[in-house]
Design a protein around this ligand. Structure first.
Ligand SMILES: Cc1cc2nc3c(=O)[nH]c(=O)nc-3n(C[C@H](O)[C@H](O)[C@H](O)COP(=O)(O)OP(=O)(O)OC[C@H]3O[C@@H](n4cnc5c(N)ncnc54)[C@H](O)[C@@H]3O)c2cc1C
Length: 606
């Protein structure tokens, strides 16, 4: 039997982004012995890249705001497929979590009287995003880490978890490897909290980093947990399209929140054409009203004017840009133009410093002098591990999840800024849920040597094969497939082809071969990441096939309208004896007092 290190904790948190750090802080504060595993360095989790802000109804800039409006916006943005209880907890608790970050040392941009400043974002009725220029994620991670180091939890960096271990039906820990040495490491734990982020590396054009390989979703799926809403993948409307080396890199929605205007190659401000009729009255009627709104926003003044059409929801703006390009009105490199250069250069540089540097350094474009070329990029997955809203408990005892790896909060489409708030609201709840579970256990679960041996054999197989394909080739084929057949617009014939091709890719991925040894070998790491990505890609594609309607971020060319019956179900993915099973499960019913917050005739559109 191969030797491996062993560590033991009450709670093992997997992931050191906003959700993982907040979960670890909470479980430690409640007296648990906590270990935190991250496959990158501490401080490098994807959350650090978050730019535009964290949504919370603090009502500092627009005093009309409150949790009820935030709840309504979130439900409407998610086309009512969100778990109502998650949306409620999120809207109610986000302000306290933001204030807590400030108490722990976060330095947000401020109003003239020293309160946290808030900016506009798509789909939010009021200016709601607390922010630090366009580097909000960096400040959040810095704050949570500074606070976390005093909580006494152990951090295991550059360590990748590849398998959850169970004792009967309960989670008992996990097995992983050190990325540097390639040696295996066993974590015995009474509870595991998965906070591993998203799946964006399954697509070719993506804003996501190398870490987004669907690890948490697949760890949970393999352990028997349910995944929901996997068909809902958000394509952010504004990614860089040029030069090719940076294609997909995010251009924050903060640019539009600060007044950025979208135009096609003919100079037309096209977003008015694409506003959904039911929501048109929420937006400025013409350029003059939109301009007045921006001027009021710049001066942090109240206004009766309505927001510009560029602040429609992300799914809608992405489809609009896609259509403009497809119909021949795109920019030279296949995008459209986003322009904020009409505002004073000093303000653009102060409010959007990262965007200014990103475009100067990577594209030789000065955004204070001219427009950016942008187009949609794969950004976020709304679906994920099904959790119980109050505790973050997954459907396997001892397993918890929070952040982007969990599903339910955002329904069919996430509003910008609602992820960072999701991380701290539900990271905290999952940490508390895990701590309560640990305290309720009568006996410590035991790991199985047989499971450990099997996982180590599976992991080392690609290094031992004498023949086999490169995992990089299979990854490229996967990204091309998902980009072309499971992208912004979907249609039955292509989804069916994609399912067939994914089955072939699954077989190829199981037989890859890598040279070299286990010491820092990224090719070897990819062999496992690839298997995870293919599971996620299959879950997305199969769920998308079953959802024969267009809703939120899921747009079917063959079913362009919403179907009321499908508005009452989540697509649920589980691992069956004969492979992946996908079936609709009923959506929890919103209680009457929350339904009463909507105007039934206009807003409860399913
Ligand atoms: C460029 C960009 C800008 C964004 N801006 C905003 C914004 O302004 N506002 C907003 O609300 N949202 C924004 N988002 C979305 C938001 O940043 C993410 O959804 C969020 O940060 C995810 O946080 P998380 O804690 O779930 O995961 P992450 O921060 O991604 O952390 C995941 C952690 O899991 C670890 N991990 C993964 N797999 C394993 C494994 N197998 N073993 C061990 N560790 C593992 C990783 O190393 C990492 O530490 C943005 C996203 C991008 C890409």
């Amino acid at each position: 039997m191969e030797r491996y290190q062993v560590h033991e904790h009450d709670v093992l948190v997997v992931g050191a982004g906003g959700a993982g750090l907040r979960a670890a802080i909470e479980a430690s504060a409640l007296g648990c012995n906590v270990g935190l595993v991250t496959k990158s360095l501490l401080g490098k989790a994807h959350t650090v890249m978050a730019e535009g802000g964290i949504a919370a109804a603090l009502a500092h800039v627009d005093p009309q705001d409150g949790w009820q409006t935030h709840f309504r916006d979130t439900m409407k943005g998610g086309s009512f497929l969100n778990h109502w209880r998650m949306a409620q907890l999120h809207a109610q608790e986000a302000p306290d979590r933001v204030r807590e970050l400030e108490e722990w040392g976060a330095l947000f941009d401020c109003t003239a009287d020293g309160r946290i400043l808030q900016r506009a974002f798509g789909g939010h009725t009021w200016k709601r995003l607390a922010h630090v220029g366009d580097r909000t994620g960096l400040e959040m991670i810095r704050t949570l880490q500074d606070h976390g180091v005093h909580m006494g939890f152990d951090v295991y960096m550059e360590c990748t978890l590849t398998r959850l271990l169970k004792d009967g039906d309960r989670v008992a820990g996990g097995l992983g490897y050190w990325r540097q040495s390639g040696e295996f490491v066993l974590f015995k734990a009474k509870a595991v909290v998965l906070c591993t982020g998203g799946v964006g590396k399954a697509w070719k054009i993506t804003s996501n980093s190398w870490e987004y390989t669907a690890d948490g979703q697949t760890l949970a799926y393999d352990a028997g947990a349910e995944l929901i809403d996997m068909e809902f993948v958000q394509f952010h409307p504004t990614g860089m399209v040029w030069p090719p080396g940076v294609m997909g890199l995010l251009v924050t929605e903060g640019v539009r929140g600060e007044g950025g205007v979208l135009r096609n190659a003919k100079g037309e401000r096209f977003m008015w054409k694409y506003l959904p009729e039911a929501r048109r009255n929420e937006y400025a009627a013409d350029e003059a009203e939109a301009r007045r709104w921006v001027e009021a926003a710049v001066e942090a003044k109240q206004t009766e004017d309505r927001r510009p059409p560029e602040l429609s929801t992300r799914d809608n703006v992405s489809r609009a840009i896609y259509t403009e390009v497809k119909e021949g009105r795109g920019s030279p490199h296949g995008g459209v133009f986003l322009d904020i250069s009409y505002l004073p250069a000093e303000r653009v540089k102060r409010k959007l410093p990262s965007m200014y540097h990103q475009f100067i350094e990577l594209a030789d474009v000065d955004i204070t002098k001219g427009p950016m070329e942008i187009g949609p990029t794969t950004h976020y997955i709304m679906g994920g591990i099904r959790v119980e809203p109050d505790t973050g408990a997954a459907t396997v005892p001892g397993l918890f999840a929070a952040g982007e790896s969990a599903g339910g909060m955002h329904g069919a489409n996430r509003l910008g800024g609602n992820s960072l708030s999701d991380l701290v609201v539900f990271g905290r709840r999952a940490g508390a849920g895990a701590a309560a579970y640990v305290k309720s256990l009568a006996a410590t679960p035991r790991v199985s040597d047989v499971e450990i041996e099997a996982e180590m054999r599976a992991m080392t197989a690609p290094l031992e094969r004498t023949q086999g394909e490169s995992p990089y080739d299979v990854h490229k084929a996967l990204q091309d497939l998902m980009q072309t057949k499971v992208g912004i617009y979907r249609i039955e014939a292509e989804l069916l082809q994609a399912i067939e091709e994914l089955a072939a890719l699954e077989k190829r991925a199981a037989l890859t071969r890598v040279g070299g040894g286990r010491v820092y070998n990224p090719g070897w790491h990819l062999t496992r990441d690839l298997q995870n990505l293919i599971v996620a890609a299959q879950a997305v594609t199969r769920s998308a096939l079953l959802r024969k309607e267009s809703r939120g971020a899921h747009s079917r060319l063959d079913f362009p309208a919403m179907d009321a019956a499908l508005g009452t179900v989540n697509m649920c993915v589980v691992k069956g004896v004969e492979g992946m099973r996908v079936a609709p499960t009923p959506l929890p019913q919103m209680p009457a007092e929350l339904k009463a917050l909507f105007e039934p005739a206009k807003e409860l559109v399913r």
